[in-house]
Design a protein around this ligand. Structure first.
Ligand SMILES: NC(=O)c1ccc[n+]([C@@H]2O[C@H](COP(=O)([O-])OP(=O)(O)OC[C@H]3O[C@@H](n4cnc5c(N)ncnc54)[C@H](OP(=O)(O)O)[C@@H]3O)[C@@H](O)[C@H]2O)c1
Length: 301
C-alpha cells in the first residue's frame, strides 16, 4: 500500500507493507484524513521513517478478529494512534465509530482529535446552561467546535478571533467576537485557552471567582507569567490542564456523539482546507502560516 512516511528527506508517499491488525483492530481503507497542529512538531522531531496520522475516515475492509466493531463495508471515523495517513490503517475498535449515512468522510475526518478535545475541555466546566464561556483560538479546528458545542450546551459564548473571521464565528453561534481576550466584556465561568503567552495571562484576568480556565494548547509557543496576586478578584478560580492522551473518556463514545451531532445538522465540521493527499505539503504550509481557519482535510482517491 501507499503511505506518507517522514524521513530526513521530508514527508513523501512511499510503498510500505500493509498493516497487520491486532485482534481488537479493524482494517480501514482510509478515504480522508486531517492534520493537527501538534503534528507540525512531531514531523520536525520524528524523521526516521515515522508514519503520522491520527484523524481518519474511510471504509471497513476487515472487521476486528475479536468480533468487536462494525461489519466490513461500514463507513467509519477513527482516532488512530499514528500511521493513519495511508491507504490502509489498523485501528482498535475502541477508537472508531460508524458514520451515519448523511455524514461524508471528508467532514468526519475533521472531527476526531479536535472534537474530542472540544467536548472534554468543555465538560471540565460542568453544566454550561446559562454560563458565560470564552473560547480563545476560536477560529481553529478545536475552537470552532468548542464554540458550537458550548452554545448547544446552553452557554453564552464569546469567541476570540481575528476581525476577518468574525462572521464565521457568529455563524458558529458566538454571541460576540473580540480580537483579544483583553477586549472581552465581563467575567467568564469557563475559559478554554489554547494560545498561551499574553492570551493565557489575560484569561486569568477574565475568569469569574470560582470559574475555570482550561489550558489545552500553546499555539503561540509563548510562556505566560502568572502569580497569586493575579487571582485577586478571581478568587477560587482554577487553572486546569487538558491533555488528550490522558483523557479517560471512551474515544468511540465521543466520536459517536460528534458524528450524531453532525448528522442532525447541529454541528458543522470545521473544514478550512480540502485537497487530494498529494497536496499535503500545501496543507502543512497553510497550517504553519495560518492561511485557513479550521482543519485541513486531505482525500485519498
Ligand atoms: N491538549 C490536547 O489534547 C490538544 C488537543 C488538540 C489540540 N491541541 C492544541 O490546541 C491548539 C488548537 O488546536 P487546533 O487544532 O484548533 O489548531 P488550529 O486549527 O491551528 O488553531 C489555532 C488557533 O489559535 C489561534 N492562534 C493565535 N495565535 C496563534 C499563533 N501565534 N500561532 C498559531 N495559532 C494561533 C489561531 O488563530 P488564527 O485564525 O488567527 O490563525 C487559531 O484560532 C493547538 O496548540 C493544538 O496543538 C491540544
Amino acid at each position: 500500500m501507499k503511505a506518507l512516511v517522514n524521513t530526513p528527506a521530508g514527508l513523501a508517499v512511499h510503498t510500505v507493507a500493509d498493516p497487520f491488525p491486532a485482534p481488537d483492530q479493524a482494517l480501514i481503507a482510509v478515504r480522508s484524513f486531517s492534520l493537527n497542529r501538534g503534528e507540525l512538531d512531531l514531523l520536525a522531531a520524528r524523521t526516521e521513517d515515522w508514519r503520522p496520522g491520527q484523524d481518519i475516515a474511510g471504509v471497513m475492509v476487515e472487521p476486528a478478529a475479536d468480533g468487536s466493531g462494525p461489519a466490513a463495508g461500514a463507513r467509519v471515523v477513527a482516532l488512530a494512534e499514528d500511521s493513519g495517513w495511508a491507504e490502509l490503517a489498523a485501528v482498535s475498535t475502541a477508537r472508531l465509530a460508524e458514520l451515519p449515512d448523511s455524514v461524508d468522510v471528508e467532514q468526519a475526518a475533521a472531527l476526531p482529535l479536535a472534537g474530542r478535545a472540544a467536548l472534554n475541555t468543555l465538560r471540565i466546566g460542568g453544566n454550561l446552561l446559562g454560563k458565560r464561556v470564552l473560547v480563545t483560538g476560536a477560529t481553529g479546528g478545536v475552537g470552532q467546535l468548542q464554540v458550537q458545542l458550548a452554545v448547544l450546551a446552553g452557554a453564552e459564548v464569546t469567541a476570540v478571533g481575528r476581525d476577518e473571521a468574525a462572521d464565521l464565528l457568529l455563524k458558529r453561534g458566538a454571541r460576540s467576537v473580540v480580537p483579544a481576550v483583553t477586549e472581552a466584556e465581563g467575567l467568564f465561568d469557563l475559559i478554554t485557552e489554547s494560545v498561551g503567552g499574553e492570551t493565557l495571562e489575560a484569561a486569568v484576568t477574565r475568569v469569574a471567582p470560582g470559574g475555570t480556565v482550561v489550558v489545552f494548547g500553546a499555539s503561540s509557543r509563548r510562556k505566560a507569567a502568572v502569580n497569586l496576586y493575579d487571582f485577586i478578584g478571581h478568587e477560587g478560580a482554577r487553572l486546569v490542564s487538558y491533555l488528550s492522551y490522558a483523557d479517560p473518556t471512551p474515544v468511540s463514545a465521543d466520536l459517536r456523539t460528534l458524528v450524531d451531532l453532525v448528522a442532525t445538522g447541529s454541528l458543522q465540521p470545521p473544514v478550512g482546507f480540502q485537497a487530494d493527499w498529494n497536496q499535503v505539503h500545501n496543507a502543512l504550509e497553510g497550517l504553519r502560516n495560518r492561511t485557513f481557519h479550521g482543519k485541513a482535510v486531505l482525500t485519498i482517491p
